[in-house]
Structure formats: structure tokens, C-alpha cells
Design a protein around this ligand. Structure first.
Ligand SMILES: [Zn+2]
Length: 130
């Protein structure tokens, strides 16, 4: 199962899709047991909108969750504009990782990406496991 719903590229598009066509997020099958027909099971929120200040921010961003009757696990689906398991957005990660791939230091990558050096180090270590 794809954890990310493709072609939802902005928080506004995500919010509108959730309101108008929430079925877009429903997975075809359970990622744990494969059973089809998962139930909607509420959601959780993420503070994913980091580009706008508080009055114009779209936070909190709702992430839909689904429940499997077969194995009783839950799963969630993210829009493409939100990176899974990452505080920072895709663009920041891209800048940092490209800088590292080009041979830049952790410090340089942190400065370029505007993130903490420890975060860059964690990303570089997790990239080695792939
Ligand atoms: Zn299941």
C-alpha cells in the first residue's frame, strides 16, 4: 500500500480533497493483512504548514486514519505535500540531502537547509540504511 496519496501537492488541495472526496484517501487494502474495505477511523493532526505564520497558517492539518476489521490495525494516508515521519518539508530535505550527496559537510548542509546539524546527521544516518 502506498502511504502517500499522489498528486495532492498543497495543504489547500489536501483540505479541499478531504472535504469533497475523502474516498481519495481510502487505501484499496490493509497494509498489514491485505483485507479490502477499510473503515474511516478519524484522524490525527500534524503541524505541517511551516511556511506561513500563525494567522494564515493552515495548521493543524488533518491526516485521515483507517481501521481494518480483519487484523484491527489502523493506518493513515498522507498527501504528497507532507513528508512521512519528518518534521521538515520535502524541499528542505532535498536541499540538505543534495548538499550531502555533493560532498558537503553536516554543518554546511545544516546552514543551507536552515535545520539543526543534529537533524542533518540523523537524516544522513537513516539514508545509509536504505
Ligand atoms: Zn488488516
Amino acid at each position: 500500500m502506498q502511504r502517500i496519496v499522489p498528486a495532492i501537492l498543497s495543504f489547500e488541495q489536501h483540505r479541499d480533497t478531504l472535504q469533497r472526496e475523502p474516498v481519495t484517501y481510502r487505501p484499496a487494502g490493509c497494509p498489514h493483512c491485505g483485507l479490502a474495505r477499510l473503515w474511516g477511523h478519524g484522524g490525527y493532526v500534524r503541524k505541517a504548514d511551516r511556511d506561513r505564520s500563525s494567522p494564515g497558517s493552515l495548521n493543524p492539518v488533518l491526516i485521515p486514519r483507517f481501521f481494518c476489521q480483519g487484523c484491527r490495525h489502523t493506518c493513515s494516508r498522507l498527501p504528497e505535500c507532507i513528508a512521512p515521519r519528518r518534521w521538515y518539508g520535502w524541499a528542505v530535505q532535498q536541499v540538505v540531502l543534495l548538499w550531502l550527496l555533493a560532498g558537503g559537510s553536516l554543518h554546511q548542509a545544516a546552514v543551507r537547509g536552515g535545520v539543526d546539524r543534529h537533524t542533518v546527521r540523523r537524516w544522513s544516518i537513516s539514508g545509509r540504511r536504505i
